[in-house]
Design a protein around this ligand. Structure first.
Ligand SMILES: [Zn+2]
Length: 128
């Protein structure tokens, strides 16, 4: 039995996928500029390496740098659901995304968003 006999639909390599697996953002190359850094294409382990996820192609997807950073070691389906509900609707405006995540998840996630903001607000870090 060759690989062509496999009934599973083929998923493009993470290098070729134009969109983030989690939030569907259009991905850009690293040279995209500071204002688009959150959209930079990264390789993400669906099942995180920290949870024993392998380095195999079936466990790799393209993710935007923002999702890859927010996801950390969260279970993939849990993060996927979270990204659809809480990241995708706001990510076009990082200030709004930061405010939203601060409201629903607290300062740790809001700080992740701050790292991608060109005009970075000082309030959260100043509070420490
Ligand atoms: Zn994403």
């Amino acid at each position: 039995m060759s690989e062509d006999d496999d009934e599973r639909p083929a998923r493009p390599s993470w290098r070729l996928s134009p969109h983030c697996f989690y939030c569907s953002a259009q991905l850009v190359k690293a040279e995209g500029g500071a204002d688009r850094r959150h959209n930079v294409r990264t390789r993400d382990h669906i099942n995180p390496r920290a949870r024993g996820g392998p380095d195999a192609a079936y466990n790799l997807v393209a993710a935007c740098l923002l999702c890859n950073t927010l996801k950390e070691t969260t279970q993939p389906m849990v993060y996927w659901r979270f990204a659809l509900d809480h990241v995708a609707p706001y990510r076009h405006d990082l200030g709004r995304l930061r405010a939203h995540l601060l409201h629903v998840r607290g300062r740790r996630m809001a700080r992740v968003v701050e790292r991608f903001m060109v005009d970075r607000p000082a309030s959260l870090d100043a509070a420490e």
